[in-house]
Design a protein around this ligand. Structure first.
Ligand code: ATP
Length: 278
């Protein structure tokens, strides 16, 4: 069976502290897009094959997160990964892939790892697979009000950003937490998001100024809110309707940018609907 590994988006991401061991404490609203990678997991000796537009950018050896996920569950597996998401781009592709492998192996009778966060901060939320408030170092997940299925446009300027490098460039690590999640429709969600931030955005822009250009371009195409996800450089724009999102995606197309029109998932993503990659 093919498991979707949807792109993770941090609609808001506050950096609220740092533990003695160096890990950062976060407070983030995490949602998923109806677009992403896909994995197929078959019992057998460990092996990984990769195809898809970004196949050339992922390590295919034992350090691939798909194979590492299987190892943490004490088993090997034959895995095929379709890599549709740009690598090192703030939308958690590797974590989504690892979580999808874990889900597939769990469906085949293997026990999930006791501490999935040990493999990556975003893995618990990717395993949960639905909108959540994520705190601590990624291990603390709380439910949030239903997130409306808003049309989105994702844009990556083609510059990979290392997560540790972005955290290192942070000016402040003791920022305020997010306000209490409180919305009941698209307007109130966008209003609530207006009171939040991505604290990693200025640090990422200092390393990759093209992010500012992407955010300005999304606003210029009518996004109601545009922001960077995770440690970047992928940015998202929220739109009123699917037609405006598709139009914006077409207008934003550039040879060096990855641009996708999709939709936020209100609940678990079981498969992908049609999405436009420009
Ligand atoms: P996050 O938003 O969780 O910080 P990201 O989108 O910035 O993640 P990933 O695409 O998950 O970053 O890639 C992070 C690193 O993991 C890359 O340097 C890549 O070489 C490595 N990696 C290992 N396995 C995978 C995989 N299956 N897919 C993508 N990257 C992988």
């Amino acid at each position: 069976m093919i498991q979707p590994a949807p792109a993770k988006l941090n609609l808001a991401l506050h950096v609220t502290g740092r533990r003695a061991d160096g890990y950062h404490l976060l407070d983030s609203l995490v949602v998923f897009a109806r677009h992403g990678d896909a994995v197929e997991v078959v019992p057998g000796a460990s092996a990984l094959t990769v195809d898809g537009p970004f196949a050339g950018d992922v390590p295919v050896g034992a350090d691939n997160l798909c194979l590492r996920a299987a190892r943490t569950m004490g088993t090997g597996a034959r895995i095929h990964l379709t890599k549709n998401l740009p690598v090192a781009s703030g939308i958690g592709g590797g974590s989504a892939d690892a979580a999808a492998v874990m889900r597939a192996l769990a469906a085949q009778g293997h026990a999930l790892p006791a501490d999935p966060a040990a493999l990556g901060a975003d893995i618990p939320v990717c395993l949960a697979g639905q909108p959540a408030r994520m705190r601590g170092v990624g291990e603390r997940l709380d439910p949030v009000p239903e997130v409306p299925a808003l049309p989105i446009v994702l844009v990556n300027p083609g510059i990979p950003l290392s997560t540790p490098a972005v955290f290192k460039a942070l000016q402040r690590r003791d920022n305020s937490p997010m306000p209490e999640p409180d919305w009941h429709d698209a307007d109130s969600l966008i209003g609530w998001l207006g009171k939040t931030r991505n604290d990693l955005q200025p640090a990422a822009i200092s390393l990759a100024p093209a992010i500012s250009e992407v955010l300005t371009a999304l606003e210029g195409q009518g996004a109601r809110l545009s922001r960077m996800s995770g440690s970047g450089a992928t940015c998202f724009g929220l739109f009123d309707d699917a037609d405006s999102a598709a139009r914006a995606a077409r207008a934003l197309a550039r040879p060096d940018w990855w641009v996708v029109a999709s939709e936020l998932a209100s609940g678990p993503v079981r498969g992908y609907t049609s999405t436009a990659t420009v």
